[in-house]
Design a protein around this ligand. Structure first.
Ligand code: CP
Ligand code: NVA
Length: 307
């Protein structure tokens, strides 16, 4: 059966580790794998803006010997003009995989249900699982093992990034803390899934409203924009509501002295993170951005290898 990667828990803990191991190998030798030789084409579709995802998929697909076909919704028949299911049926006759950045998770599910080629979520309103593969790779590089580490997320706990941290980090056996106001806590079904995974990996997930307490002794400090794509109209309310969850030097000082700071980018300095943190010595955000390339190449190779 075709495997898809629509959310972080679409892979088991063992499979996640396998993809990360492959990413390490491909990072050591960028040209080692030519799984897309032919060249085979991968469709990479964007309903929302992107810099990192667009570049890393385009470069990665080319590295693997393939040809990236970048499609923007405005210039295609998607986006209300043709259904994801019909689009999937057209694409699968010509491409090796479909990568899609969109709004509703349901669209990705419809696309995946309608095709025999792997579908990859390149960010939806609910999850950003490709980012998490890169983030886990980055944490592994800087901290060694993932299992047992404490990762604290600050800010919009109901965002795609927070949901993905919760699922992916517990899959890796990490302890995840989400520091958010009550009304921005992660969705209950996502937390329930995370608890079920944590029971098998030794990880945990804890929801906290006290940002200082969430930072205490953490190994990894994480935040994301307070205004995700599609939430622009809520900007002022979000700045007001999330102000206590900014990552500052004071927050970093509560974490372990060796703690790292990560952020998927783009960042709004002075809002979710102070410049002295993201531009400071504990920040590894540029390694993280590079690792999108290696992690997504590994993901594509792994998906294409599945029977
Ligand atoms: N982090 C991330 O996905 O960045 P882009 O929006 O630039 O792709
Ligand atoms: N949460 C952000 C992530 C951007 C990469 C957004 O959805 O806009």
């Amino acid at each position: 059966m075709t495997r898809h990667f629509l959310r972080d828990d679409d892979v088991t803990p063992a499979e996640q580790a396998e993809i990360l191991d492959l990413a390490v190998t491909l990072k050591r030798d960028r040209w080692a794998d030519k799984s897309l030789a032919g060249p085979q084409t991968v469709a990479v579709i964007f309903d929302k803006s992107s810099t990192r995802t667009r570049v890393s998929f385009a470069v990665g697909i080319a590295d693997l010997g393939g040809s990236p076909l970048i499609i923007t919704t405005a210039s295609s028949q998607l986006g209300g003009k043709e259904t994801p299911a019909d689009t999937a049926r057209v694409l699968e006759r010509q491409v090796a995989a479909i990568v899609w950045r969109t709004y509703a998770q349901a669209g990705l599910e419809e696309m995946a249900a309608g095709t025999r080629v792997p579908v990859v979520n390149a960010l939806s309103d609910d999850f950003h699982p490709c980012q998490l593969l890169a983030d886990l790779l980055t944490i592994r590089e800087h901290k060694g093992e993932l299992k047992g580490l404490t990762l604290s997320f600050f800010g919009d706990g109901r965002s795609n990034m927070a949901h993905s941290y919760v699922l992916a980090a517990v899959t890796a056996g990490m302890h995840v803390r989400v520091a958010s106001p009550e009304s921005y806590m992660p969705r209950e079904d996502v937390i329930a899934s995370a608890h079920a995974i944590a029971a098998t990996t030794g990880g945990s997930v804890t929801l906290m409203t006290d940002a200082g307490a969430a930072a205490e002794g953490a190994d990894v400090i994480v935040t994301d924009t307070w205004v995700s794509m599609g939430k622009e109209e809520e900007k002022l309310a979000r700045i007001r509501d999330l102000g206590d969850y900014k990552v500052t030097s004071e927050i970093m000082a509560k974490a372990t002295p060796e703690a790292i700071f990560i952020h998927c980018l783009p960042a709004d300095r002075g809002y979710e993170v102070d410049a002295e943190v993201i531009d400071g010595p504990q920040s590894v955000v540029w390694d993280e951005a590079e690792n999108r390339l290696h992690a997504q190449k590994a993901l594509l190779v792994w998906l294409l290898r599945q029977p």
